[in-house]
Design a protein around this ligand. Structure first.
Ligand code: FAD
Length: 513
């Protein structure tokens, strides 16, 4: 609880140091550790904390080699640790494998993502202590190494990033690919004349795939920059996350016996998923609450009212939502029983042409295993559709859909850690959403945060890797770079993209009864 009172939460991908874990995290770490020593009352620390959490998301893939931690020196119980490390001012940043011996950078460190990444790489390269075992070689390669590369390295792909000596792109991409197998990345300096001439390289940076026998092709990307190289390389055929089995072939999926695989278009939204989500939410998730009362009941009323207003459903489903809504709104007591709600949900005789199909039929949310994707995928999809519908139909309260999602998730969503993380994000910035467009973009960017946090986790379906969405191949113009080649979302394009992608007129009705 004390750690949560500091500037970071467990959702931030920053290890929160405490007297209990400091030994295992700092002293026994096999990765180099970046540690921020801060005081929660210090204004500069408060100003720096969003940058540090962004850095943690930005270098998440470097984790086996570099990990980020933070400690609140203002907390009484941490005092001894901070004194032990001779911390005199805040914030202080240390980068080292064994933080005891590291000279503190003190307050003298960059305050932007790019500068911080470069500083970490510099520290890795000038390290006096043993190299973190998981850290890949970062120094430039040579013609000699490349000539014998496939004799000594058992990988399918070798990516060569040609660049100028002061460029960090090659080293950043090498670290971005650290947790992926069947691929190695090396940087080649523009002064490596033999290789530059052999491949006919004229642009720096540029990336080439090099194969045994000396064949090569240029990696095609929208923009010659880190994010684009990393995204494309992580998706090459045969490249998989370390320790994860390669995705089963589409044929194996097709022949699954429990439930035949339904072919679908990966870049479309399906009504079958939305109806399945409603079924699961209303008939399964809510059913565990025998009595719904107080704030939970308010939350349910809000959820159903938002669905009634914005769900772009078939007439039979809309009729049902309307009758549930009017029944709920007429309940003046502070509690209802689930049984009573269920009666309305299933009572199709009273009002003709009213029904929510029983059971789930996942299409765009199918998982390659029965425990992957499905309902949580449906929940995200449903709420993206609702924020978009609210914007298109001219809703006037920018918080309406998001706050109903927030309270539904908080009160009912079965994945409790998910609910807690989502609530943390809502507390942080939901209040700032003040236009209908901002609501659409808020949900999109928070969903991307979740994608970033759980990329590579066991709940990731290997057929549907967690990516920063929409990827360059789905929406090239959504991606841009700043003058310094840092990736930048082009929100002026992302917004119309979302409005079109989740638009009711584009929702496919395949596989409905
Ligand atoms: P999902 O992430 O469920 O996305 C569904 C579809 O939406 C994708 O296939 C894609 O077409 C589209 N999409 C992807 N990203 C975006 C975006 N940024 N904007 C718009 N559309 C997008 N799991 C955890 O392990 N830990 C958590 O903390 C966690 N928190 C969650 C919080 C909430 C509120 C929800 C609904 C789910 C949470 N989950 C969490 C589950 C997790 O986010 C995924 O839903 C689940 O792993 C299934 O993933 P998926 O591959 O189907 O894609």
């Amino acid at each position: 609880a004390a750690a949560e009172a500091g500037l970071y939460t467990s959702s931030d991908l920053v290890v929160l140091l405490t007297p209990e874990n400091v030994g295992s995290v700092l002293v026994n770490s096999t990765a180099a550790m970046v540690v921020e020593f801060y005081a929660s009352w210090c204004g500069h620390c408060i100003a720096f904390s969003p940058v540090y959490t962004r850095l943690a998301r930005d270098v998440k893939e470097w984790k086996p080699a570099v990990n980020l931690a933070a400690i609140d020196c203002a907390a009484e119980e941490n005092r001894k640790i901070c004194t032990g490390y001779k911390i005199r001012g805040y914030p202080t940043l240390k980068v080292s494998r064994c933080t005891h011996e590291a000279a503190a950078t003190g307050g003298n460190f960059p305050r932007d993502l790019r500068g911080l990444r470069h500083r970490i790489i510099d520290k890795l390269e000038t390290h006096k202590e043993p190299w973190p075992p998981a850290c890949p070689p970062l120094e430039p390669t040579s013609q000699a190494e490349i000539d014998n590369f496939f004799e000594t390295n058992n990988v399918q792909h070798l990516a060569l990033i040609f660049e100028e000596p002061q460029s960090y792109v090659g080293r950043e991409v090498t670290l971005d690919l650290l947790q992926f197998e069947n691929i190695a990345v090396r940087r080649v300096l523009n002064t490596e004349e033999g290789l530059v001439a052999k491949l006919g390289v004229t642009e720096f940076p540029s990336c080439y795939l090099y194969y045994p026998g000396g064949n090569f092709t240029r990696l095609q990307v929208n923009i010659e920059a880190r994010t684009f190289y990393s995204y494309a390389l992580q998706r090459l055929p045969g490249v998989v996350r370390s320790g994860r089995p390669p995705p089963a072939s589409p044929d194996t999926l097709k022949n699954r016996t429990e439930e035949p695989w339904k072919p679908f278009n990966k870049s479309r939204v399906y009504m079958a998923d939305l109806e399945s989500t409603l079924h699961y939410s209303l008939r399964v998730e809510l059913a565990v609450h025998a009595v719904i009362k107080g704030v939970a009941l308010k939350s349910l009323k809000k959820y159903i009212s938002v669905l009634t207003k914005y769900f772009p459903g078939r007439p039979v489903v809309m009729n049902l939502l309307k009758s549930v809504n009017s029944w709920l709104q007429s309940q003046s007591a502070d509690e209802i029983s689930y049984v009573a709600l269920k009666e309305i949900l299933d009572n199709t005789a009273q009002v003709p042409n009213t029904a929510l199909p029983e059971g789930t039929k996942w299409v765009g949310c199918q998982g390659s295993q029965p425990y992957l994707r499905r309902y949580p995928c449906g929940v995200w999809t449903l709420f993206h559709v609702l924020t978009v519908q609210a914007k298109i139909l001219g809703g006037s309260d920018p918080q309406e859909v998001l706050s109903s999602m927030r309270s539904y998730v908080h009160n009912f969503f079965g994945c409790r850690p998910c609910a807690e993380h989502f609530e943390n994000m809502a507390v942080e910035s939901l209040m700032e959403v003040n236009t209908m467009s901002a609501a659409v973009l808020w949900l999109w960017s928070r969903h991307n945060r979740v994608n970033n946090r759980i990329a590579g986790s066991l709940s990731e379906d290997p057929h549907f890797p967690k990516i920063q969405w929409p990827p360059p191949d789905l929406c090239p113009a959504c991606h841009n770079v700043m003058d310094n080649r840092e990736h930048r979302w082009n929100k002026e394009v992302v917004l119309p993209f979302l409005l079109s992608y989740f638009n009711s007129s584009r929702i496919l009705t395949d596989y409905l009864d």
